[in-house]
Design a protein around this ligand. Structure first.
Ligand code: ADP
Ligand code: MG
Length: 232
């Protein structure tokens, strides 16, 4: 298993996604190819409704393509049944959404530990994995806070820590700063870029944030179901 910076960890080939809406067919992704490399970041830009979230969900195994294939480490992602897909997702990809999706009744530490708990680890072990990550995102003094007691930027930093607790090789982020003020967005953007480098992550980031798009290795634009280089 190659994990050098620049080695291809995920490949999408001939991806198409068609949504049926009444009698109409919406062709959202059309024969799309993508290589995702370790230690590299890419941004996906594009108009609202162009299919950015759909593409990210397929890459993360949250949705299936109508046709085409995705491979991870050379293995086909969609050859798995739903249980296997969920286990693969928990282990191999970290997902950050626009809205944090943290569990309101649980502390920051418990939220970050959750993927490790779901993988079967005891609470102490899972929390021992979560603690250093919360410290890394600057929230070592907020371990016992619940999401409602944190600012929007802090909530997203907890979500980022949770996405990385299983040490995934791939980070997928869907407008991770879309709901933040400019200053909090900058903190989250910088953290994402630092963590990509430190952890040799392959990152695919859907964003409208030009500051973030300017930081990534490869800015791409999704339009008419296809990806092309963006000249942002
Ligand atoms: N489950 C679904 N059923 C039907 N249409 C959908 C579904 N999910 C998304 N769409 C449509 O697909 C298009 C792309 O959606 P999306 O991937 O969320 O776009 P983006 O993230 O770029 O704004 C939109 O027009 C949306 O309405
Ligand atoms: Mg979207």
């Amino acid at each position: 298993m190659s994990n050098q910076a620049g080695s291809i960890i995920m490949k999408a080939r001939g991806l198409s996604k068609i949504f049926k809406s009444g009698r109409e067919e919406l062709h959202i992704l059309s024969n799309l190819d993508l290589d995702i490399e370790s230690g590299r970041s890419m941004a996906i830009l594009g108009a609202s409704g162009s299919g950015k979230s759909t593409l990210l969900y397929i890459l993360g195994g949250l949705d299936r393509p109508t046709s085409g294939a995705v491979s991870f480490d050379g293995e086909p992602v969609f050859g798995r049944n739903e249980d296997e897909l969920a286990a693969w997702r928990n282990r191999s990809v970290g997902f950050v959404f626009q809205f944090h999706h943290l569990l309101g009744d649980f502390t920051a530490l418990e939220n970050v530990a959750m993927p490790a708990r779901l993988s079967g680890l005891a609470p102490e072990k899972a929390e021992a994995m979560a603690r250093p990550l919360l410290e890394r995102v600057g929230l070592g003094d907020r371990l016992s806070h619940k999401p409602g007691e944190l600012s929007g930027g802090e909530q997203q930093r907890v979500a980022l820590a949770r996405a990385l607790v299983m040490e995934p090789r791939v980070l997928l982020a869907d407008e991770p700063t879309g709901n933040l003020d400019a200053k909090s967005a900058q903190v989250v953007n910088n953290l994402i870029m630092e963590l990509v480098a430190e952890r040799n992550l392959a990152a695919v980031i859907v964003t409208h944030n030009h500051q973030l798009a300017a930081l990534v290795d490869k800015p791409l634009e999704l339009s008419s179901g296809q990806l092309r280089a963006s000249n942002i």
